[in-house]
Design a protein around this ligand. Structure first.
Ligand code: HEC
Ligand code: HEC
Ligand code: HEC
Ligand code: HEC
Ligand code: HEC
Ligand code: HEC
Length: 500
């Protein structure tokens, strides 16, 4: 016999065969993937998750089979069986077994060292987060690729560095893989994420508040829903400010919100849209002020159960990389970049209406968007439909793409389910607190003063264009006549991401 007698049994043989086949497959795939640098998400799953488990399973079968045979022989009293195995290197079978074991172990260690290094990188990669988990994270992955963080890895925001969070995320990842395979995941994925790592440890690796300064100029490009789709740009200086008192001016949004003060708040709802209670602690003087929404304060019962949250970057920048933009915004962008020709009558209104409905699937959406827009121009503007076919078709494609970037029926994801907390145009955002209803017992109010956060440098176009001539900026002018409704209620009370 070339191997110890006990090794001759069906189970061990099967185990050895499995281990051998898997080891060879693994080795070949590993070499291929290292050499070609392929990043196929499913290859990764097979290579780093499935095959190693099968390999270990095969290896475990070998001693298991030997143990089985040993027990059987002892029970039947076939041969005299020792309590412990005797190792005798004078026997060729023992020498062979020891040799196989040694070579096998070294081989296994080498493969698993390379493999686990690769597996670590693989499970940290965007391919794994965004593509292998295809259906579930498809919305976030798509939006992410169109964001300013498209080159920042998912794990830099969602996990951060350090072994503790790595282990934590992999443990919860096991459940998520199970939920995905078992089709038990929620649709849509709920937001906000309950246990997101604090922003200090993720965002602040790249953007640290001491280095914020100045203001940011931004132009918001709107188009009206009228026949010529009038362009209505609003150019603003947003007073981000912030900074370090040692090196510069300290004022503005970041200073007040993050650096100068510590703010805690209690939200009534899961999405943190209804915030009746806000407590401010001045970091320098230590003074504490409590602001409550005078119209609907927290009841004593709610207050007892409340868990105040310390406000951080994510309470304003909650969609830095997965912003599911509204149809209104998407079509404004398509008009701005001339993907949709503004000379088509009602270009904006038709495109927004076409994509803002609910569809059963992405394919159905594409079809119905095309039908809707074609029908509109064919019935209402037949002459145009004959002469400007190319422009109409281009508008359809642009609308379909706008839809594909931001709406995902399979995961039930669309703009209205994922509020963006920066600004106050279609979601309350800043006005969750700055609605002039939050008062302190001393009579202070959280400001709703338009100039506290930004100054309008110019607004409107054509004959109605206005340009600021003073530093204070312009007073806001609403493009259509709504009286002074905008002073009384928020923009978001009328604007919901479609035609108001
Ligand atoms: C710039 C940082 C950043 C990057 C990069 C990033 N995320 Fe996010 N992600 C966030 C924030 C912030 C939230 C919202 C958390 C909250 O509101 O509590 C979020 C939420 C999510 C959610 C929960 C559902 C939702 O939309 O709110 C999923 C799923 C998700 N991200 C997946 C991904 C994937 C996959 C990638 C890589 C392709 C990625 N993220 C990259 C910051 C990031
Ligand atoms: C790995 C580095 C990295 C991390 C982590 C990171 N960012 Fe960024 N961020 C960037 C880069 C790079 C840009 C693009 C800068 C540019 O375009 O000038 C950017 C741009 C931004 C912008 C301005 C552009 C915009 O979309 O308005 C904001 C706001 C922002 N990040 C917020 C965040 C927040 C909030 C987090 C944490 C959830 C975060 N970042 C985490 C690297 C990072
Ligand atoms: C009170 C809300 C609020 C909080 C909290 C907040 N920001 Fe901002 N941040 C803004 C606004 C508003 C802008 C202006 C840009 C815009 O409108 O998109 C901005 C701009 C930025 C920018 C781009 C412009 C610049 O100055 O470089 C970055 C990067 C940024 N914030 C990162 C952060 C980080 C990191 C944190 C957490 C430490 C944070 N912000 C906390 C509201 C906030
Ligand atoms: C608490 C701070 C704050 C107050 C008060 C405030 N705003 Fe704003 N507003 C913002 C921020 C921040 C943005 C930028 C949002 C973004 O970057 O998307 C914004 C955006 C806007 C825009 C551009 C919106 C868009 O998407 O086109 C307009 C117009 C505007 N504000 C008008 C007003 C008017 C009018 C008032 C007074 C009734 C006001 N704001 C009060 C913070 C504020
Ligand atoms: C959770 C509630 C909350 C939200 C949401 C919030 N703020 Fe504030 N903000 C406060 C509080 C509280 C103060 C008062 C700080 C103090 O007393 O110093 C404040 C103060 C400010 C100030 C200084 C005002 C002044 O009188 O000088 C600015 C500017 C500001 N916030 C901008 C913003 C912007 C922009 C947003 C949205 C992107 C926003 N805030 C969202 C709670 C909030
Ligand atoms: C009382 C409701 C109401 C309020 C409040 C309101 N709007 Fe409007 N807004 C409208 C209506 C109605 C239209 C016209 C839509 C159309 O063309 O059919 C409109 C159109 C617009 C447009 C041009 C078309 C578009 O949708 O982009 C802009 C820009 C705009 N509003 C900005 C704002 C801003 C900024 C605020 C907050 C400061 C605001 N509105 C507050 C009702 C409102």
């Amino acid at each position: 016999m070339r191997l110890p007698r006990l090794a001759y049994n069906l189970l061990s043989a099967a185990g050895a065969a499995i281990a051998l086949i898997v080891a060879i497959t693994l080795l070949v795939l590993l070499v291929v993937s290292l050499l070609t640098g392929t990043t196929n998400p499913y290859l990764g799953i097979v290579l780093y998750m499935v095959l190693p488990v099968v390999l270990v399973f095969g290896l475990v079968l070998i001693p298991f089979g030997m143990y089985g045979r040993w027990r059987r022989e002892r029970r039947l009293g076939l041969e005299e069986v020792a309590q412990w195995p005797r190792v005798d290197f004078n026997l060729p079978s023992h020498r062979n077994a020891a040799f196989i074991f040694l070579v096998g172990t070294i081989g296994f260690l080498v493969i698993s060292a390379v493999g686990s290094y690769q597996a670590y990188h693989y499970t940290e990669s965007n391919v794994f987060c965004g593509q292998a988990c295809h259906r579930v994270m498809h919305p976030e992955f798509t939006a992410y690729q169109n964001s300013s963080h498209a080159r920042v890895k998912c794990v830099d925001c969602h996990i951060g560095s350090g072994a503790g969070w790595y282990a934590k995320s992999k443990l919860s990842g096991v459940y998520q893989v199970y939920a995905t395979l078992g089709n038990r995941y929620p649709r849509p994925i709920p937001t906000p994420i309950a246990n997101l790592r604090p922003a200090q440890e993720t965002c602040e690796q790249c953007h640290w508040p001491q280095r914020f300064f100045g203001a940011q100029q931004r132009q918001f490009n709107h188009y009206m829903y009228d026949e010529p789709s009038l362009h209505w740009p609003i150019n603003m200086l947003i007073k981000t400010g912030g900074g370090d008192p040692k090196t510069g001016q300290t004022s503005g949004i970041h200073w007040h919100m993050n650096i100068g003060v510590r703010i805690e708040y209690v939200a009534r709802d899961r999405r943190r849209q209804d915030i009746p209670w806000v407590r401010v602690t001045d970091r320098v003087t230590g003074r504490v002020t409590l602001y409550e929404n005078a119209e609907k304060p927290l009841s004593p019962e709610e207050l007892r159960n409340a868990e105040p949250r310390v406000m951080d970057c994510m309470d304003c920048h909650n969609r830095p990389s997965h912003n599911f933009h509204s149809p209104d915004h998407q079509i404004d962008l398509a008009l701005l970049t001339r993907r949709i020709d503004r000379r088509l009558p009602y270009a904006k209104r038709v495109a927004v209406e076409a994509m803002a409905r609910d569809f059963d699937s992405g394919e159905a959406a594409m079809q119905e968007i095309a039908n809707f827009m074609t029908l509109f121009y064919r019935e209402k503007h037949a002459d145009l439909y004959a002469t400007r076919r190319a422009a109409i078709d281009a508008a359809i494609v642009a609308t379909q793409e706008a839809y594909g970037r931001s709406t995902f029926p399979v995961m039930k994801v669309k703009w209205s389910g994922y509020p963006d907390d920066i600004g106050h145009f279609i979601y309350p955002g800043c006005m969750r607190c700055h609605d002039a209803k939050h008062r302190s017992s001393e009579g202070f109010t959280l400001t709703r003063e338009c100039n506290a956060c930004h100054a309008i440098l110019s607004q409107g176009s054509g004959e109605r264009a206005q340009v600021a001539t003073t530093q204070a900026g312009l007073e806001f002018e609403h493009p259509t006549d709504i009286g002074d409704a905008w002073r009384q209620v928020g923009c978001f009370d009328c604007h919901r991401g479609v035609q108001p």
